[in-house]
Design a protein around this ligand. Structure first.
Ligand SMILES: Nc1ccn([C@@H]2O[C@H](COP(=O)(O)O)[C@@H](O)[C@H]2O)c(=O)n1
Ligand SMILES: C[C@@]1(CO)OP(=O)(O)OP(=O)(O)OC[C@H]1O
Length: 161
């Protein structure tokens, strides 16, 4: 079996709003995020990890913020598109691991719903997708509640020729 690995990172600032989209799930919060799309840092970091594993550029290359088509877009569209790019080259996600960094909202109660949504979109098993969270102990921009960040690592697999 052939393997490739990629990593991704994304940040969005908090702004006015009543929810944040994380891993395709609407998480109630007293803030929203500032973004061109729905601002889902989990899916953006994951897309970048998937694209990075095959050196296919990054999310901004495939979905430019200058393109009005992606205004308020559902980031699951990006995820499914990236999955298609991998699969048409013979690859699929082996497993992915995401860490969300924020003081709030509390991610734990929503993590399994996010995993199920992502696993469904990637057509992989639930156990192939990990989504977890940490605070930054009130340090830095996430610690001050100015924004939310996510880091993703993704292994791609392809059956040997
Ligand atoms: N936004 C968050 C942050 C953390 N968690 C959970 O709390 C645990 C403790 O966080 P520390 O930063 O103090 O280590 C963490 O392991 C997560 O399980 C969360 O759900 N949402
Ligand atoms: C997702 C895109 C879509 O235009 O815009 P944003 O929602 O602002 O998110 P970002 O993480 O900055 O990635 C760039 C863009 O591809």
């Amino acid at each position: 079996m052939n393997v490739r690995i990629g990593q991704g990172y994304d940040v969005h600032a908090f702004g006015e709003g009543d929810h944040v989209m994380l891993g395709g799930i609407r998480v109630p919060h007293d803030r929203g995020v500032l973004a061109h799309s729905d601002g889902d840092v989990v899916l953006h970091a994951l897309c970048d990890a998937m694209l990075g594993a095959l050196a296919l550029g990054d999310i901004g290359l495939h979905f430019p913020p200058s393109d009005a088509r992606w205004k308020d877009a559902d980031s699951r569209t990006f995820l499914r598109h990236c999955d298609g790019l991998l699969r048409e080259r013979g690859w699929r996600v082996g497993n992915a691991d995401v860490t969300i960094v924020c003081e709030r909202p509390k991610v734990g109660p929503h993590a399994d719903a996010m995993r199920a949504t992502v696993a469904g979109d990637l057509r992989v098993g639930l156990d192939d997708v990990s989504i977890k969270a940490t605070t930054s102990e009130r340090l830095g921009f996430t610690g001050r509640g100015e924004g939310i960040a996510a880091l993703a690592v993704c292994l791609l697999v392809r059956d040997a020729d």
